[in-house]
Design a protein around this ligand. Structure first.
Ligand code: SAM
Length: 422
């Protein structure tokens, strides 16, 4: 007799998740009763909770297998040796009685609008389970007698999903990791819980931090934000299962430690990532603290000298090979442009090696109004449309000297043909 679905946890969430496999990995998934994904689906896998209902989509044969139930929470390296180490984000499963195989998986998933980064709730989950249920009942698969305990349990589960009042029953699309160097996030937060306080002047878009930690850390690793403001980094880390420490010169909540970012009370090389959204100059009055670097104009070298102390401290606490993300915007004030981003980049390169630069679209700025846009056109200046996310790394050893390389020059004739010479 199979036990009542979801009974292994106090408050069943009654959600479904979709996993994918190939012909190669199907046997291992079913043999080990372990579903797995690579890191790009890590944000989905770590959200799977014991008791969730899972389906396995073989993308080679276009067959959907299910239903299964998660018997562990989603995690990393539950079985390190599985899948040759290729799919490290894993969840242990058990089959719910008989596994049904539904041909034409793509069509079924399209019909319900199901994707791997969308948990399946209520009507869609009931619908999908119904399809598997009817696959069982098609006959020939198992005898009615053999089937009936599974069928009863599944029917009970479908009823329970129908009547579920769990609050998580709101469709939450799990963000995907960005693929390009242009990020444009329409909202400050994501998911069902707030990340930071979107009323805090200068609050960071949470998906910037989401992307940084998924690219450069693993669950359980330690992230530090020395200028944590309203605590966005702490909240994102909590949601994504990283440890976090947030400091600020003026603490806004109990889990942010009051501290000057120029002297961080942590040991050398003890941290896995640092994220900083620093003041961009003296454009925002964050607080009345005398040591607030946001009191100094970015037109003066003093501003960069003070932030360089923060860079040096961040470098000291970071473990070798680990990454720092620094969010910064340029300034145009009183007819004067200051390339704050370039100047910060130049200072960072004194300590770190560059990894990349991402352009983050600036939305919801107070100046993003019709009046300001008209002014910008009439008086020939630009409103700030983006920020820089500068990503740098603490070198592992000595910096690698650049290898000499031969350059192939191309000379273009007027007819468009090119000749190459060394
Ligand atoms: C752009 S805000 C950070 C926003 C934050 N990431 C969030 O999402 O709420 C910059 C922060 O730097 C802090 N700050 C300025 N000078 C500092 C210093 N010397 N040490 C630590 N924090 C400082 C300010 O108090 C402010 O909260």
């Amino acid at each position: 007799m199979i036990e009542q679905l979801g009974s292994s946890q106090e408050e069943p969430l009654r959600r479904g998740f979709l996993f994918a496999c190939t012909d190669d990995s199907e046997r291992e998934c079913l043999g080990r009763l372990l579903f797995a994904a690579e890191k790009s689906y890590g944000p989905v896998v770590i959200r799977v909770r014991r008791g969730d209902i899972l389906f396995l989509d073989n993308i080679d044969t276009d067959v959907l297998h299910g239903p299964f139930r998660a018997v562990s929470d989603g995690s990393v390296d539950i079985q390190e040796s599985a899948f040759g180490g290729k799919y490290r984000y894993q969840v242990k499963v058990e089959s719910l009685g008989r596994v049904a195989r539904v041909a034409g998986a793509k069509r079924v998933l399209r019909m319900f609008g199901l994707e791997r980064n969308k948990p399946i709730f209520r009507d869609k989950l009931v619908g999908l389970l119904g399809i598997l249920q009817s696959e069982w009942q098609k006959g020939g698969l198992v005898s009615q007698q053999e089937l009936s305990p599974f069928a009863d349990a599944l029917a009970d589960e479908i009823e329970a999903i129908r009547h579920s009042t769990a609050e998580v029953d709101i469709e939450e699309e799990i963000p995907m990791i960005e693929a390009t160097t242009f990020w444009d996030f329409p909202k400050q937060s994501y998911g069902l819980t707030p990340k930071g306080d979107n009323r805090y002047a200068g609050v960071t878009p949470a998906l910037i931090i989401f992307n940084m930690i998924w690219r450069y850390t693993e669950p359980g690793e330690l992230v530090v934000d020395p200028m944590a403001g309203s605590g966005t980094t702490i909240d994102v880390c909590r949601a994504e299962k990283r440890r976090a420490i947030g400091y600020d010169i003026h603490s806004t909540r109990p889990d942010i430690i009051t501290n000057d970012a120029r002297e961080i009370p942590l040991e050398d090389e003890s941290v896995d990532m640092v994220f900083i959204d620093s003041p961009y100059g003296d454009n925002i009055r964050y607080n009345e603290e005398a040591q607030n670097i946001g009191n100094i104009s970015s037109e003066s070298e003093e501003f960069y000298d003070q932030l360089e102390k923060v860079m040096r401290e961040s470098h000291r606490i970071l473990s070798k090979g680990k990454v720092l993300g620094w969010l910064i915007g340029d300034q145009w004030v009183k007819k004067r442009f200051t390339p704050v981003g370039m100047k910060i980049y130049e200072r960072l390169c004194r300590y770190f090696e560059p990894v990349d630069i991402v352009c983050v679209s600036r939305r919801n700025q107070s100046s993003n109004t019709g009046v300001w846009q008209n002014r910008a056109r009439r008086f020939n200046f630009y409103l700030r449309g983006f920020k820089y996310l500068i990503i740098v790394r603490k070198t592992v050893g000595k910096r690698i000297p650049e290898r000499p390389r031969s350059v192939r020059w191309a000379r273009y004739a007027r007819d468009g043909s090119a000749t190459h010479e060394h």
